[in-house]
Design a protein around this ligand. Structure first.
Ligand SMILES: NC(=O)c1ccc[n+]([C@@H]2O[C@H](COP(=O)([O-])OP(=O)(O)OC[C@H]3O[C@@H](n4cnc5c(N)ncnc54)[C@H](OP(=O)(O)O)[C@@H]3O)[C@@H](O)[C@H]2O)c1
Length: 159
């Protein structure tokens, strides 16, 4: 199983503000949909609440929570249980938020990053990985647009 993370962050690695996204880029939402479609997605309870507890269509939605369980989606109270559930899948996406990225970061094989060029105010950050580009992470794709860049990294090593 390949475990991938998909994230949009600004130049300071801001990913969220007050439980939501600090920005709205329809281009990025379209990219997220295209990349994740057909694959299981793992998310934290806060992200699922942002979706108004409605699973994203065309993907198996898997939620991590120690406090809640939902009828509409498999919910797990540990990372290990969630990973066991998807063990036979070919490609699985970790879609956040910060707590989930942080805990799964060392297991992530592939990173789909949307670099947001403008800086935003925020309270939630993606783990710092940029010092490891070239040693741990190899850039395998970059697509620059005026307001954002779509970049894909593959893990070369564990640090
Ligand atoms: N820019 C992006 O690409 C992007 C992507 C995703 C999210 N975000 C932003 O990130 C923010 C949300 O991130 P967050 O860190 O606050 O929340 P989160 O990671 O979405 O969810 C945190 C919750 O997940 C559950 N959880 C965490 N670790 C767990 C574990 N090991 N086992 C079981 N459950 C576990 C807990 O739920 P319980 O409290 O129910 O136990 C915890 O409160 C929002 O602002 C969102 O917009 C941005």
């Amino acid at each position: 199983m390949t475990l991938a993370a998909i994230v949009a962050h600004d130049p300071r690695l801001v990913i969220g503000s007050k439980g939501g996204l600090p920005w709205h880029y329809s281009e990025d939402l379209k990219y997220f949909k295209k990349i994740t479609m057909g694959h299981p997605i793992i998310m934290g309870r806060v992200v699922f609440e942002e979706l108004n507890e409605k699973p994203l269509p065309g993907r198996e939605n898997i939620v991590l929570s120690r406090s809640k369980s939902y009828d509409q989606v498999p919910t797990f109270s540990s990372i290990e249980q969630a990973l066991a559930y998807v063990a036979n899948e070919e490609l699985v996406f970790v879609i956040g938020g910060a707590q989930i990225y942080r805990q799964l970061f060392d297991k992530i094989d592939k990173l789909f990053v949307t670099e947001i060029h403008q800086s935003y105010q925020g309270d939630t950050f993606f783990p710092e990985y940029r010092q490891d580009i070239g040693s741990v992470w190899k850039e395998i794709k970059r697509d620059d647009h005026p307001e954002l860049s779509f970049v894909v990294y593959e893990r070369m090593a564990h640090n």
